[in-house]
Design a protein around this ligand. Structure first.
Ligand code: GDP
Ligand code: MG
Length: 436
């Protein structure tokens, strides 16, 4: 029934109040736990929670949202900001190819990411070139060659060579000769940070002068990520981080710590073993994941964006005076549409399970919208004047049948009388403060 679907919107009455230390206490605890559970560094959590508390206390609460939810939204925004606001872009050289050097521990996902990035760049019209410089693991260069073949990207490596610096220099020359636009250097890793590895990477950096050094970090290593990123950054002055294996259970809090402690942005994430499992880093998505409450956040955002407060007040007024007409009805339909598919809206509410197929309800809404749009303003304001010849015209205009018009008008009347009941409070529960 269409009418009941509107109740959620009408329920968004304006509650007044401020966030107080008291009503944010529980939420604060939840955030602290979420952050620690997600492997965010303890000190980072402590600083952050204090900052949030300062910021949140005294904020006005929004309509239709409880203080806890609003608090989460504040936390969400601050975390997103901490992670670097909008996503950081890959550098591009002004002239000639852009050289990207990958660094990281063994097994972090460097070779996989090299191929993922090459595929991604190729898809974006670039001409990538891969250089395999892992001289320690016997199969490492072959692994890169196999991946390069899969995506049709040239790979340079020297079988049996013991000189990674030389491989990179020669590789870059070859790539330039082939007019590559991006050169990706896949380097060796160790199980732990060690002097020799750092020295070798540093030599490559000095000789090849990459525009971009990306540290590839396995999201599953948790707290260690901060120390790891710090050491690599000290030696190499990295430009950014790639966080791999975010497809697993890990919540990726290490990313947050890296950004907070090392100050370098996360540029890409790896979300699977396949070569298309690469995503540009979107701080807001990771934050939702860390907080584990992304749905609450988007609900708050949508409520903020889609429902204009003045419009809501006007609507209340009209409902009270029984002046709600088809034009208002149309506006409400359009507001609901702004919120997205009905299923998504309902799914965001805690405790709502499987709703079955909602496609018919949405189709119905579209039809209703089309019908009202085919009416004249006068007809919308005074539906009573819609006689059979008008109905025929409206049906033609909205590509519907006369019986659809009749059905819609009947539903509208039912809805109006239902609202009258709620508004009048004759033994029925009131819908909230706004309906007084
Ligand atoms: P490298 O030693 O740093 O070059 O690491 P590799 O690229 O060889 O990857 C090590 C392992 O991690 C391989 O089994 C990859 O398939 C796997 N791997 C890499 N990136 C991801 C990712 O984003 N998600 C998952 N699930 N596995 C990944
Ligand atoms: Mg490798």
């Amino acid at each position: 029934n269409l009418g009941s679907k509107f109740q959620g919107i009408f329920k968004k009455v304006r509650g007044h109040g401020k966030l107080t230390e008291d009503n944010i206490k529980a939420a604060l605890k939840e955030v602290r736990l979420s952050l620690l559970e997600a492997d965010v560094n303890y000190r980072v959590v402590k600083d952050f929670v204090n900052k949030i508390k300062e910021k949140a206390v005294g904020e006005n609460t929004l309509s239709g949202i409880n203080p806890g939810q609003q608090f989460i939204k504040i936390v969400n925004d601050e975390l997103t900001e901490l992670l670097g606001g909008t996503n950081a872009r890959l550098t591009k050289a002004h002239r000639g190819p852009t050289i990207i050097m990958l660094a990281g521990l063994q097994g972090a996902g460097k070779t996989t990411f090299a191929a993922k990035l090459a595929k991604y760049l190729k898809k974006n019209g670039e001409k990538p070139f891969l250089v395999g410089a892992d001289i320690y693991r016997p199969a490492a260069m072959k692994q890169l060659q196999v991946l390069g073949d899969q995506i049709g990207v040239p790979v340079y490596y020297e079988e049996g060579s013991k000189d990674a610096v030389n491989i990179c220099e020669t590789g870059v020359k070859k790539a330039r000769a082939e007019e590559a636009t991006y050169i990706i250097l896949d380097t060796a890793g160790r199980l732990h940070i060690d002097e020799n590895l750092m020295e070798e990477l540093n030599q490559i950096r000095k000789k090849v002068r990459p525009q971009e050094i990306l540290l590839v970090v396995d999201a599953m290593i948790g707290q260690d990520a901060v120390n790891l990123a710090s050491s690599f950054n000290e030696t190499l002055n990295i430009d950014g981080v790639v966080l791999t294996k975010l497809d697993g259970d890990t919540r990726g809090g290490s990313a947050l710590s890296i950004k907070a402690v090392v100050g370098k942005p996360i540029k890409f994430i790896g979300v699977g073993e396949k070569l298309e499992d690469i995503e540009l880093f979107h701080p807001e998505r990771l934050v939702s994941r860390i907080l584990g409450m992304g749905d609450v956040v988007s609900l708050v955002e949508k409520a903020q964006g889609a429902i204009d407060e003045d419009e809501a007040r006007l609507l209340e007024e009209k409902l009270r005076k029984q002046e709600f007409d088809l034009e208002d009805f149309l506006k409400q339909l359009q507001n609901i549409k702004k919120l997205g598919p009905i299923g998504n809206i309902l799914k965001m509410l805690p405790g709502v399970g499987d709703l079955g197929d909602l496609a018919p309800a949405e189709k119905e809404m579209k039809k209703t919208e089309a019908i009202i749009q085919s009416m004249t303003v006068e007809e919308r304001r005074k539906p009573k004047i819609i006689n059979s010849s008008r109905k025929k015209r409206i049906a033609r205009g909205s590509a519907t049948q006369v019986h659809d018009i009749n059905k819609m008008l009947k539903q509208f009347e039912q809805m109006k009388s239902m609202m009258k009941m709620f508004g009048g409070g004759k033994g029925m529960p009131k819908m909230g403060k706004g309906f007084k």
